[in-house]
Design a protein around this ligand. Sequence first.
Ligand code: BT5
Length: 331
Amino acid sequence: MNQSELVKLADDILVLIRKKPKQVFAISTLAKKLKSESFDIYKAAKVLKSWGYGIKLSKSEITFKQAADTLSATEISFYLKTKIIGHNLVSFQSVKSTNDLASQVAGNYPDEGVVITSEKQTLGRGRLGRSWHSPEKVGAYISIIITPKMSPEKAPGLSVMTALAAAETFESYCPGQVKIKWPNDILLGNRKIAGVLTELYTKNNKIDYVVVGIGINVNQKPQDFPQNLRKIATSLRQVAGKKINRAELTARFLKNFEKEYKQYQKNQLAGSLKRLRAYSSLLGQTITLKTGDKLLTGQALDIDKTGALIIETGGKKIIVSGGEVTVVKRP
Ligand code: BT5
């Protein structure tokens, strides 16, 4: 049995034993079920241990004790309750950027709901050429391919929609503490824990596909951030005060994403405005926005159903789409 067959067998064993923790499985029974040799089952169980799974293993028996801290497709799928988003889920140990990879995949085969995750990114991207710090095994780096049947003008609101899905997810870990800094930052106690990068690909003025990427700081300790981020970033773990299961968190986020996306396709953010307003860190504040080279200062009044921010400046109301805008200053 070669290495990739062994890895596949390890995954198959996991699917069987993962659902029944503490049950003792005879290796000979698993071998029969998986049409393998007992010796290979034993070897594959050792592979599972090397992945960090808590497994009690003897020559004749296997017992599942504890899940590994991993963002593998099998582990995420264990918690996943979606219909479309994540129906095809591929996980990597290390990639340059999950958004880049998703775009390559979708360029060949734009399939609604494909999800790519990675344990680490070596060139994680933020918006406008900025970078996303993506250390190994403590974060969640996720890209979702979608192919919405809507006009490209409606795409910027997908970032706000995704930020809302993320906020709803984090709310269950840190109730009452989550804020969305329009259009794409999610904050806990005024520090950033996640950012959304939505990239639109068009063909003949129609949406070909959209890659929605999110980077989430899950289990970082303060020292895991570089000096320049220590004062502006935090993680769910730091605020919740306990280590978070990244696979479960990812599955919960994908579920919320699917729910919000379904609504968005019907009526954009019309049904979500109340929640968006409640999460917003900007409304009512005087802020400075940067669009291209221009700076604009005004009071943030509201968010509309397209995801745009309505601001008042010099007695006029202006609607700013989330597209290429950065909030550079607020009190
Ligand atoms: C974002 O950009 O916030 C979007 C980040 C999207 C990252 C995901 S990870 C999966 C997918 N694949 C990718 O390659 N990207 C996406 P922006 O609003 O431009 O914010 C970037 C700024 O946030 C940086 O300039 C830093 O100041 C700050 N930053 C970078 N890494 C951070 C981190 N881990 N936590 C908090 N802040 C961070």
